[in-house]
Design a protein around this ligand. Structure first.
Ligand SMILES: *[C@@H]1O[C@H](CO)[C@@H](O)[C@H](O)[C@H]1NC(C)=O
Ligand SMILES: *[C@@H]1O[C@H](CO)[C@@H](O)[C@H](O)[C@H]1NC(C)=O
Ligand SMILES: *[C@@H]1O[C@H](CO)[C@@H](O)[C@H](O)[C@H]1NC(C)=O
Length: 384
């Protein structure tokens, strides 16, 4: 495996042609019986695809109703190529064999790439229990620009299902993620140092954040996502170990949280710096979720309580948030005494208890802004 990864590392793709040929993975030796390791065949096909890159759309066709076994594989492109190779994956299954440290699939320096799946499944084959210590995200995109992913399902990743790092221009739609609610660290989609992402119409069931937006990320639209079980859609954690972390322009709309640990969450560590700003959660439906709306500005690992700095949280809008909360404290804006949160806007919010007869309440501490038509009431004094 080490060798294979090394081979992948030294493989470079050169965009040369302008043609738009179609390749078939079977021609490169893929067997697709679910037992034979097809990684090398996919790598060879990928190389051809890259070499045909140019400005066109060469396509790698993967046969339907076939099961491929892939060991951890690095698919490396040449960043900046203008062509957009396409992987066409109609209803095939990929059995991915994760290891402790290697990403089952790593796409790095990808030129623009389109992954067009039609009910295709990527299934991790080692049992979750074996993989609890795994450091590897199932499908990791690093430095991939102009990336489009549709119609795939990811099942039982040992860690994040999809992680996106240092990418610009990513569109994800109609994907499904499915892991048990008690599987640790299995974020659905993890975003870091990336900009211009559009995530739409997807279903995410997992044991950690459905989507996590981490430092260096901006201009992220998340629309029409059904989350749950899971830990909600989160900005952060930011500012861990005193880090200067920055996230802005994150817009979540038309999403549902069903029996989630959190809904709309912003989480920053005490002692950090930077900002989380220009964030909106609009038209959100909650079903029996804990912490439907939560900002925690002084999240802490023990021992850092004395620090007075914090990541600035500002320009956050919650609008049209309704449904039921599993906890009586339905809104938590726990902003730090020293810094506080500013320009928080709440409007048209109605969160009732999922227990009939119980009332919900809000904890709104050091948060400033405006609050209208909001139940439970969350007073947001304007800045003095
Ligand atoms: C996000 O949504 C806004 C408003 O609809 C739109 O102007 C912007 O282009 C979208 N950004 C991305 C990356 O899709
Ligand atoms: C959210 O729930 C509503 C009501 O059940 C439904 O109409 C809508 O399609 C759901 N949206 C998503 C993104 O699942
Ligand atoms: C707010 O945060 C502080 C500091 O972490 C914590 O002690 C407190 O319990 C939190 N309050 C609520 C209501 O969540």
């Amino acid at each position: 495996m080490q060798k294979l990864l090394a081979a992948g590392l030294f493989m470079l793709c050169f965009a040369i042609g302008y043609s738009q040929p179609t390749f078939h993975v079977g021609d490169f030796g893929a067997i697709g019986d679910g037992h034979t390791d097809d990684s090398q065949a996919f790598l060879k096909a990928w190389k051809q695809l890259c070499e045909a890159g140019g400005t066109g759309r060469p396509t790698l066709e993967i046969p339907a109703s076939t099961t491929f076994l892939l060991k951890p594989t690095l698919f490396r492109g040449e960043a900046g190529g203008t062509g957009r190779p396409t992987l066409e994956i109609p209803a095939s299954t990929f059995l991915l064999k994760p290891t402790l440290f290697q990403h089952p699939i790593l796409l790095a320096n990808g030129m623009a790439l389109q992954i067009a799946g039609y009910a295709s499944v990527m299934l991790m084959v080692s049992s979750l229990k074996d993989l609890e210590q795994s450091m590897a995200e199932a499908v990791h995109f690093h430095n991939c620009n102009n990336l489009q992913i549709t119609g795939i399902s990811l099942v039982n990743s040992p860690k994040s299902h999809i992680s996106i790092n240092q990418c610009t221009g990513v569109s994800i739609s109609r994907i499904q993620i499915n892991s048990p609610c008690d599987s640790p660290n299995t974020d659905g989609i993890d975003i870091s140092s990336s900009t211009n992402l559009d995530i739409q119409h997807s279903i995410i069931k997992t044991g950690d954040d459905c989507i996590a937006v981490n430092t260096g990320s901006s201009f992220i639209n998340i629309t029409g996502v059904a989350c749950g079980p899971g830990h909600g859609i989160s900005v952060g954690s930011l500012g861990e170990d005193g880090a200067d972390d920055r996230v802005e322009e994150v817009h979540v709309r038309d999403c549902n949280f069903s029996r989630t640990q959190n809904g709309a969450r912003i989480k920053t560590f005490r002692g950090g710096s930077g900002y989380a700003r220009k964030i909106s959660f609009e038209q959100i439906t909650l079903i029996d979720s804990k912490n439907p709306i939560i900002i925690d500005q002084h999240y802490t690992n023990d021992g850092k309580r004395e620090s007075s700095s914090a990541v600035k949280v500002s320009d956050v809008t919650y609008s049209g948030v309704q449904g039921t909360s599993a906890e009586e404290q339905a809104i938590t804006l726990n902003c730090s005494d020293e810094i506080g949160c500013f320009n928080i806007k709440m409007k048209k919010i109605k969160i009732s208890s999922s227990v009939p007869g119980k009332k919900t309440h809000a904890y709104c501490n050091n948060a400033h802004g405006t609050s209208t038509l909001t139940t439970p009431k969350c007073p947001l004094p304007t800045q003095t």
